[in-house]
Each structure stands twice: as C-alpha cells, then as structure tokens.
Design a protein around this ligand. Structure first.
Ligand code: SF4
Length: 224
C-alpha cells in the first residue's frame, strides 16, 4: 500500500495547481486586525467577518483605538456575528492586555498569544504564520477533516492532528498547506458531502480510494 508519507508531495502539488491563490481569506492590514478578525471568525464565515471588520477597522485600527469603546457599542458593531456578546467581551479584554503588557502590539510567540483572552491555539497559529511568517500549521475544522480523509492524520484532537501534520510535512510548507486544505475543504471536500467522484485528489486520497472511512468531524472542533 502506498503510504500517506509517500503521497503528500503529489497531493500538495495538485492542490497548488487547483488553488494557486490560496491564502488567508480574512481581510486585515496589520497583525492586530488579523488577531481580531480571527477571534471573530469562530463559528462564522470569513465573508461575514470581512463585512463586519470593514466597518470596524475603518473606525478602530489598533488596540489603543478599541480600548475605550463601551462593550455595548462594540456589541452593536458585531451584532451580525454569532456569539457577538462573548466576542465583544473577549476583544475588549484582549485590547486591555495588549495595551497593558505589550505596548499595544501583538506578541509574536504562540505561548504569549494563547495566554490572551479569547485566543486559542488555532488563532495563535494563524496569527504567527500570516502576520509574522513564523512556521505554524493551524488546524481548524477543514484542515482536521481533509487531513483525516486523506489519511495524513488519525488524531482525535486538533493538537494531535497538528503534531501529525507537522511531522509529515516540511516546515516550509506548513502555512501553505493550512490554506490549501482549507480551500479544498470549502470547495470540494465538504463536511457532509465530499465530491469524491470528481475530486482530482481521489487516487491519492485514502478515503477517495475506499481504504478508510474516517469520522467527518473533529469531536472538539465540530462543537466549537
Ligand atoms: S477524494 Fe473525497 S475525501 Fe478525498 S480529498 Fe477528495 S473529496 Fe475529500
């Protein structure tokens, strides 16, 4: 049997052909805006987040700008997003810590980022990779699902899958593969009905070939 380790290069090559423009689909102009947009993206589409942040970032571009904003005012700005009250509270707490401890700047390490209010490991990985170019592979629900179906990972948690992917792939590809798997997951390898019949990865995919029948959802991420 051909192993996942032997196949990843062909899969990445094909994904690069399919999605030459794969990138972060959240709009941002600086690390702070990326951090806020990523926190806001929990259980929301990037399109919806971009609609909200287009207005939000036109008024507030930094942690210092947002810090004095009343929670109710920020809630109104975020009202069209799921969990908007919770997110407004987290964003204001986040701004407070950034201003008090980091001079309003976004820290560059995962350990510092995950200690911030409302920031989990996925968000930290997205920020260090996209804002600072630090090698990191964020595992969201799409990355988890597609990696599992390809046969690249078997872990039961995002952290376990992240570790498996980082072992399988060279560090130089972590960020790109994160985007490529998300783009494929959104366009072809859907959670409920993957389009395996016409998927150009089928011959390289353990699920497409019928070798495995993985769980479609991460038990952690699907409830997040
Ligand atoms: S063959 Fe099916 S399961 Fe495999 S990547 Fe394509 S759509 Fe997903």
């Amino acid at each position: 049997m051909v192993t996942a380790a032997a196949e990843w290069e062909s899969v990445v090559e094909e994904l690069c052909k399919l999605y030459p423009d794969a990138r972060c689909e959240l709009n941002f102009a600086n690390p702070f805006q990326l951090l806020v947009a990523t926190v806001l993206s929990a259980q929301c589409t990037d399109v919806r987040v971009n609609e909200v942040t287009a207005k939000l970032f036109a008024k507030y571009t930094s942690a210092y700008d947002l810090l004095p904003v009343e929670q109710q005012v920020l809630e109104e700005e975020l009202r069209s997003l799921g969990l908007f009250r919770h997110k407004a509270r987290n964003i204001l707490a986040l701004c407070r810590v950034l201003c008090e401890r980091f001079g309003g700047e976004v820290p560059r390490t995962i350990d510092e980022l995950v200690a911030l209010p409302g920031v989990g490991r996925k968000t930290a990985n997205v920020v260090v990779n996209n804002a600072f170019g630090v090698p990191a592979l964020a595992v969201d629900t799409h990355v988890f699902r597609v990696a599992m179906r390809l046969g690249w990972a078997r872990g039961k948690t995002p952290l376990a899958v992240e570790a498996e992917l980082c072992r399988l792939l060279p560090q130089s590809l972590w960020g790109d593969v994160h985007h490529l798997l998300i783009w494929h997951g959104r366009r072809v390898c859907h959670a409920r009905s993957p389009v395996c019949e016409t998927c150009s990865l089928r011959a390289m995919c353990r699920t497409g070939r019928g070798d495995i029948v993985p769980s479609a959802q991460c038990p952690v991420l699907s409830g997040a």
